[in-house]
Design a protein around this ligand. Structure first.
Ligand code: NAP
Ligand code: MG
Length: 463
């Protein structure tokens, strides 16, 4: 795999301030595929300075011209589609088809959506005797995770660019090669120097330095609740804007009026997507008591198609594999019943976890409460619709969700769910719909026009 040995700062690849490196490993075969520099506070400082210097001119660039540059980034990404997909497969372990369709196709489409939004968005509005100007917030510090390595970057950088902000990105240490490809695309797209800057490095070093840097006006973070809480506290103390996307434990409510085989198969597919490493995965399947045994049998049948190393890839790292296997052991210890999979690794090499289905899960169990971030489904039993809604909302999280059943009834249940998104009868992902959490799933929204407003602040002129 191609790896740059520098940082992308001020429109060029430059040497890192220190000599430390990060080793990138292919989780499917545990082989080393590259090395990138581990940035320090000095690299972050240089990148923030470059972003600050570039800000006034970029903020003043007409939206149509910003739109054209975002479209050029999209085109440069599309031109690298094969290389991006191969890189995501190598550093994340995503099966090639999924790497092409989702890890590459989705961010290209999201970049395109912001090229359109930048061109069409009303950056000025009239309110009575006032004209309200929607102005860019300033320099954005973006900290991204590894689970959708390019999508998480584009979902922050594209709206920030559309708004007129400049950016410093600190991507996940496990997937820095995809981030470097993104920087190449930016470079090729001809963005002015310093508008986008990349510092690879460790979270506790480069990430923290970015979140704390006084030259950053807005911190946009996606990742774990533990880190998100710290970043929120740091930003709050500095009175900085912050956006947090912290994962979830989403409920899939299957009503008695649902097409049960379809609902169960779709629910299993949703969790197995990306080896279970999706923040909005519908990992709690809620089934009416009278249909429970049938649903469990259907789930066992559906999950058999996800053969590790074929249809489903490994987890990103040995650490995540250990974590997820630990959760499976906790599920057994707390009395849940394994009906498929289990804690044993299904392959000798690679960080694989067996696709696992738990039955007889009750709401207070750890596997019904905590985000596992692996291919693990918990099937819970409910008595009636009120009970289903109560169980669905019995979570500190509220990011995604699903309801299956007669449409009107399904929508009525969705309205009662404390969560940011609900798919009705398998409704497709919409890249223009606001994405983000209720409760501890986070603060702020990504994607579409709502994602753009995160990077804007208002100024009112009275006449
Ligand atoms: P994480 O540590 O929160 O990583 C997210 C990003 O934050 C990475 O770029 C990370 O850098 C950086 N970071 C870590 N510590 C930091 C700090 N003190 N200050 C600033 N930035 C910091 O998440 P993880 O360890 O990779 O995954 C752990 C769990 O988080 C998962 O099991 C899952 O439950 C959850 N998660 C959620 C999402 C989501 O989409 N919401 C995505 C990934 C993970 P490093 O890469 O160097 O750690
Ligand atoms: Mg980490």
């Amino acid at each position: 795999m191609k790896a740059h040995d520098g940082m992308y700062i001020g429109g060029q690849w430059r040497d890192a301030a220190g000599a430390d490196t990060i080793t990138v490993v292919n989780p499917a075969d545990e082989q080393i595929i590259g090395q990138v520099p581990a940035g320090t506070a000095d690299d972050v400082d240089a990148a923030v300075r470059a972003a600050r210097a570039a800000f006034p001119a970029w903020a003043a660039t007409p939206p149509a011209e910003r739109a054209a540059r975002i479209a050029a980034v999209r085109d440069a990404l599309a031109a690298r589609a094969d290389e991006i997909a191969a890189t995501v497969t190598a550093e994340l372990g995503a099966p090639p088809k999924f790497a092409q369709a989702v890890h590459t196709g989705l961010p290209v489409a999201v970049a395109g959506s912001y090229a359109e939004l930048a061109a069409s968005y009303a950056f000025e509005e009239k309110v009575g005797n006032s004209t309200v100007l929607l102005e860019p917030v300033g320099v954005v510090g973006a900290i991204t995770p590894w689970n959708y390595p390019l999508h998480q970057i584009v979902a922050k950088v594209a709206p920030a660019l559309a708004a007129g902000c400049t950016i410093v990105l600190k991507p996940a240490e496990d997937t820095p090669l995809t981030a470097q490809l993104f920087a190449e695309a930016v470079d090729e797209a001809g963005l002015p120097a310093g508008v986008f800057n990349l510092v690879t490095g460790l979270g506790a070093v480069a990430g923290q330095a970015l979140a704390e840097h006084p030259g950053v006006d807005l911190v946009s973070f996606t990742g774990s609740t533990a880190v998100g809480r710290r970043i929120g506290a740091t930003a709050g103390a500095a009175v900085k804007r912050v956006a947090l996307e912290l994962g979830g434990k989403s409920a899939n409510v299957i009503l008695p009026s649902a097409d049960l085989p379809k609902a169960v198969a779709a629910g299993i597919a949703d969790v197995m997507r990306n080896s279970g490493q999706s923040c909005n995965a519908q990992t709690r399947m809620l089934v009416h008591k009278d249909q429970y045994d049938e649903a469990v049998a259907l789930a066992v049948e559906a999950v058999a198609a996800y053969v590790p190393g074929e249809r489903i890839g490994p987890l990103v790292s040995a650490k995540q594999q250990q974590r997820v296997r630990g959760y499976i052991e906790t599920g057994v210890a707390e009395g849940a019943r394994i009906v498929a999979g289990g804690p044993e690794a299904p392959r000798e090499t690679g960080y694989y976890v067996a696709p696992t289905v738990f039955a007889d899960v009750t709401p207070e169990m750890t596997i019904a409460q905590e985000e596992i971030f692996g291919p693990v489904v918990a099937i819970l039993r409910y008595e009636d619709v009120d009970d289903a809604v109560r169980i669905a909302n019995d979570s500190v999280y509220g990011l995604g969700g699903a309801v299956w059943g007669e449409q009107e009834e399904a929508v009525a249940v969705a309205r009662r769910m404390d969560t940011g998104q609900v798919d009705i009868n398998g409704g497709r992902f919409n890249l223009l719909a606001p994405f983000g959490g209720y409760k501890r799933s986070g603060v702020g929204r990504e994607l579409g026009a709502h994602g753009l407003t995160e990077y804007l602040q208002t100024k009112s002129l009275q006449f």
